[in-house]
Design a protein around this ligand. Structure first.
Ligand SMILES: Cc1cc2nc3c(=O)[nH]c(=O)nc-3n(C[C@H](O)[C@H](O)[C@H](O)COP(=O)(O)O)c2cc1C
Length: 188
């Protein structure tokens, strides 16, 4: 599969990056083509909600010419997208949330019989790390993610929350096994 990993966090050696690195290595060892992009380093402006993108249904037609357009083109060419993020105030880190808002350009006519999407049938997965537990903390980020596949006409391939994270050095063997199992799950 062609796989793109889109990272929302800033810390290149943080908890999320460590887990994402394990996923990437596992997917690569299974023979998949994996590209990894740090959204924090990119120029990604917020969605203007101008609706101009709906006038070009056959391509990513956003009027803003920043890095989001190239990344969306890569996303369209991918069989699987893995979004990764630290949990920030019960949601995604800003760069990833801002990018996902821009994916408004990928579909049109949501809720209409003419609903169409440039990523129809694509597999999408989410990996999040947080300091707290899942309960009463991480639910909102997965709730929102599970809604995203409807407008995108995509398929939810899996989700993983690694809670009670302190430092990458404290991520144990059991956690790594959980992450590797997740990697295998999202491509099967
Ligand atoms: C701005 C900010 C907001 C955070 N909000 C939450 C939160 O709502 N719930 C939680 O469990 N952890 C929260 N955390 C902790 C991080 O999600 C957690 O430490 C995460 O594993 C950091 O990932 P990283 O090492 O990849 O940056 C927050 C941290 C920051 C800096």
């Amino acid at each position: 599969m062609n796989i793109i990993m889109l990272h929302g966090g800033a810390r290149k050696k943080g908890n999320t990056a460590t887990a994402a690195g394990w996923v990437k290595d596992e997917l690569s060892s299974l023979g998949h083509q994996v590209e990894s992009i740090d959204l924090f380093d990119k120029d990604i402006k917020g969605c203007l909600a101008c609706g101009k993108c709906k006038e070009t249904p056959d391509k990513v037609g956003c009027v803003q010419k920043d890095d989001a357009v190239d990344i969306m083109d890569k996303m369209v060419a991918s069989d699987l997208v893995l979004f990764t993020s630290p949990l920030y105030f019960w949601g995604l880190a800003g760069p990833l949330k801002t990018f996902i808002d821009r994916t408004y350009s990928l579909y049109l006519d949501y809720h209409q019989p003419t609903h169409a999407s440039l990523v129809e049938g694509q597999r999408q997965a989410l990996l999040v790390t947080g300091a707290g537990p899942y309960e009463n903390n991480a639910e909102p980020v997965f709730f929102a993610f599970n809604r995203l596949q409807a407008p995108h006409k995509a398929v939810r391939a899996g989700e993983l929350y690694l809670g009670k994270c302190s430092s990458p050095d404290d991520m144990d063997v059991a956690t790594k096994e959980q992450v590797l199992a997740f990697a295998r799950e999202i491509v099967s």
